[in-house]
Design a protein around this ligand. Structure first.
Ligand SMILES: NC(=O)c1ccc[n+]([C@@H]2O[C@H](COP(=O)([O-])OP(=O)(O)OC[C@H]3O[C@@H](n4cnc5c(N)ncnc54)[C@H](OP(=O)(O)O)[C@@H]3O)[C@@H](O)[C@H]2O)c1
Length: 328
């Protein structure tokens, strides 16, 4: 990524092979996942929250094989198949070699190919952290997930079911069969129906679409329940907990999220915008679920690395069913 901007801000270049420092592993990348955050970063939408040192190698998640380890690395040896959601400030997944702190890496699920494993870390960690940690979903609860057919949604439906919930989701007819096969009991076609007219008394909502959907999610919750969003506007909790931000950013996000928080208060429910955090330990949880047959990856399309521009053009249309991945 050479600058902030449109698709032309990313170009294929030769860069030096990185060397692993203390506590880091060098990974020969076999495949890398694409995420909306990658083009939001490229467009400069997150630059107030995270300044990047451009030019840099972009890319948030990968699968590959450990090529070398730095001093003090204990959990990995050369030849291990691994996957990771890389450090948010360093990125680096869109290259044949990447260096990642070992605490962010995990052994790849044994039952997956590199291409499927590459699309799991970012979306999987997001769904796990939102449902298990923020919503604390419990057996028998009813959970609403907007945008169930995308990268995060396809994993979130399955993780909510694993935690014991009954799931309602929104999808177009193109995604309905998929989300039902993953465990969604109620599927609402967002193009012809408003979910707020069909659902009530839900125990929690995980918002993946933002905008009016986020506001409407407050209306379908029990009093005291909560919406966790990854597509709305960050708030003071995001600033404090996820970003470790100073008073200026915290104040700015408090103002920016005021309308949403007011809407939630009026319905007697909670609101929290979550920025997922990279975690090797949480990746181990996901890998175990995959290997036990409890979590299925959904890969929509795999492009050769050289066609990463086309891969982004496809993702940016916003209709991917599951994940878009590039293969080295
Ligand atoms: N804060 C964080 O840490 C974090 C982490 C991960 C993701 N996110 C955000 O979460 C959002 C979802 O990410 P993703 O990777 O799942 O995106 P994605 O894979 O691009 O999502 C595409 C899917 O969304 C569906 N969709 C589009 N508009 C919809 C609507 N109004 N209602 C229901 N479904 C709709 C599309 O279905 P149809 O084509 O059939 O309409 C498509 O299947 C993005 O905004 C992303 O930036 C944030």
């Amino acid at each position: 990524m050479t600058r902030y901007g449109d698709a032309g801000a990313m170009e294929l270049r030769d860069v030096p092979e990185p060397t692993p420092g203390s506590g880091e592993v060098l990974i020969r990348v076999r495949a890398a996942g694409l995420n909306p955050v990658d083009f939001k970063i490229r467009e400069g939408k997150l630059r107030l929250l995270k300044r990047l040192d451009l030019p840099m190698v972009a890319g948030s998640e990968l699968s590959g094989v450990v090529e070398a380890v730095g001093d003090g690395v204990r959990r990995f040896t050369v030849g291990d198949p691994v996957f990771a959601r890389v450090d948010k400030g360093k990125l680096g997944a869109y290259a044949p070699y990447a260096v990642v702190d070992e605490t962010l890496v995990a052994q790849m699920p044994k039952s997956l190919h590199f291409t499927d494993a590459a699309g799991l870390p970012l979306a999987g960690l997001t769904a796990l952290q939102a449902l298990r940690d923020e919503l604390a979903v419990k057996e028998g609860e009813r959970v609403f997930i907007s945008g169930g057919a995308g990268g995060v949604g396809t994993l979130a439906i399955q993780l909510a079911v694993w935690l014991g919930a009954k799931v309602a989701t929104t999808a177009s007819p193109r995604g309905e069969e998929l989300v039902r096969s993953l465990g969604a009991e109620t599927v609402i076609d967002y193009r012809t129906q408003n979910f707020k007219d069909r659902l009530s008394d839900y125990d929690g909502a995980f918002d993946l679409t933002g905008g009016q959907d986020l506001i409407d999610s407050f209306a379908i919750l029990k009093r005291g329940a909560k919406t966790v969003s990854v597509a709305g506007i960050p708030d003071a909790t995001t600033a404090r907990v996820d970003l470790d931000a100073g008073p200026l950013v915290t104040a700015a996000l408090t103002v920016a999220s005021a309308k949403i928080r007011r809407a939630a208060r009026r319905k007697g429910v909670g609101y929290r915008y979550l920025f997922m955090h990279p975690s090797g330990a949480d990746l181990e949880v996901l890998a175990e679920l995959v290997d036990k047959g409890r979590l299925e990856t959904v890969t929509d399309r795999v492009f050769p690395f050289e066609q990463i521009t086309e891969a982004f053009a496809y993702l940016e249309q916003g209709h991917a069913k599951g994940k878009v991945v590039v293969q080295m």
